[in-house]
Design a binder for this molecule. Structure first.
Ligand code: UDP
Ligand code: MG
Length: 322
């Protein structure tokens, strides 16, 4: 039995790219078709152009093509989710439809996978994006790196290969706010990188509006960091510390130097300190909400990478039970 490789491609108004990509994929995968079988999974994420008609056309000639059509636009990460849910491959590759993720890298990815990497990321060393996109992406990744609980690789998009083991763990994460770059890193399997220069898209326009990009950025931050909740604690501590210092100062000044402070100055100081107390209480509530948030993500509690002298039946393996 040949091993299967799944290739998942989210499609949002990509009528100008589908055939170019498909032909390229065919010529690349043909090179190793003696070793592997391929399935091409296209997820049409509510395209409003001829994308679905094109997919119909190529799927009728090639049974290896599996296509899903969303009822509306659910977003890139949801399209990836649907693809992951139906993928049957031993290794699963996700890539964009617009040729910004060069199909020829697939061969290198598979090679790294054969060498034992469970996750192979394609890393952009040179982004051909606008200055603003480069700048915001850079700042965001730096910030996320600083605050997040798992190490999320830099300059890595959703062009990657994952092993079936990683897929099974991922598919057990049913959180609604999905940020796969973080989720894949969270599974903790060994990974490697392939560097590439990211070209411009061949046809059409980006489906990532600023709104969608901000949502993705926020999903990344809130799913992998409790830092925003802890801000209240830092503000509270700062306010209480400065307020107390102020209170001590005017108290001593009044007692020792007999300075006469009007009532409103005392009041301002006391109210300021209690504002700090409120921030601390807000942080307490935040910690509880953080725990609820963590719970509702329903991620597996742990992931088993390997086992010795244990049959499948007698080990509680999160990859086997749901
Ligand atoms: N995409 C999608 N749903 C969306 C937006 C984009 O499925 O709401 C797909 C799109 O067809 C492409 C991939 O996600 O295959 C990456 O999108 P795009 O190229 O527009 O993003 P960019 O490369 O500009 O970040
Ligand atoms: Mg693109």
């Amino acid at each position: 039995m040949k091993q299967i490789i799944s290739i998942i491609v989210p499609i949002y108004n990509e009528e100008g790219n589908i055939l170019i990509l498909y032909n390229e994929l065919l010529s690349i995968t043909d090179l190793i078709s003696n070793k592997y079988d391929f399935e091409f999974i296209f997820v049409n994420d509510g395209s409003r152009d001829a994308s679905w008609a094109l997919l119909n056309e190529i799927a009728s000639k090639d049974v290896r093509i599996k296509a899903l059509k969303f009822s509306r636009n659910f977003g890139h990460q949801m399209a990836l989710t649907a693809g992951y849910d139906i993928a049957e491959g031993d290794a699963i590759i996700t890539m964009d439809a617009d040729m910004q993720d060069p199909p020829k890298l697939i061969l290198e990815m598979i090679q790294k996978w054969e060498e034992g990497s469970k996750i192979v990321y394609a890393r952009r060393i040179d982004r051909k994006d606008t200055f603003m996109k480069k700048l915001t992406a850079n700042l965001y990744y730096k910030f996320l790196d600083l605050i997040s609980d798992v190490k999320i690789p830099r300059n890595v998009g959703d062009f990657r290969l994952i092993d079936q083991k990683v897929l099974k763990s991922l598919n057990r994460c049913r959180e609604k706010a999905r940020y796969f770059r973080g989720m894949v890193a969270w599974t903790g399997f060994p990974h490697t990188f392939i560097d590439f220069a990211r070209p411009n898209r061949t046809a059409g326009a980006t489906g990532y509006t600023w709104k969608k990009m901000f949502r993705l950025a926020f999903d990344g931050m809130t799913s992998f960091s409790m830092f925003p909740l802890k801000v209240a604690a830092y503000v509270g501590l700062f306010v209480i510390a400065t307020g107390s210092a102020m209170f001590l100062y005017i108290s001593f000044d009044a007692l020792i130097n007999q300075t006469n402070y009007p009532l409103f100055k005392w009041l301002v100081t006391v109210i300021y300190i209690f504002m700090g107390v409120q921030f601390i209480l807000l942080w307490f509530i935040g910690e509880y909400i953080g725990r609820i948030h963590d719970q509702q993500k329903e991620r597996p509690l742990y992931i088993i990478a390997d086992k010795l002298n244990l049959e499948r039946e007698n080990v509680l393996d999160p990859l086997d039970v749901r």
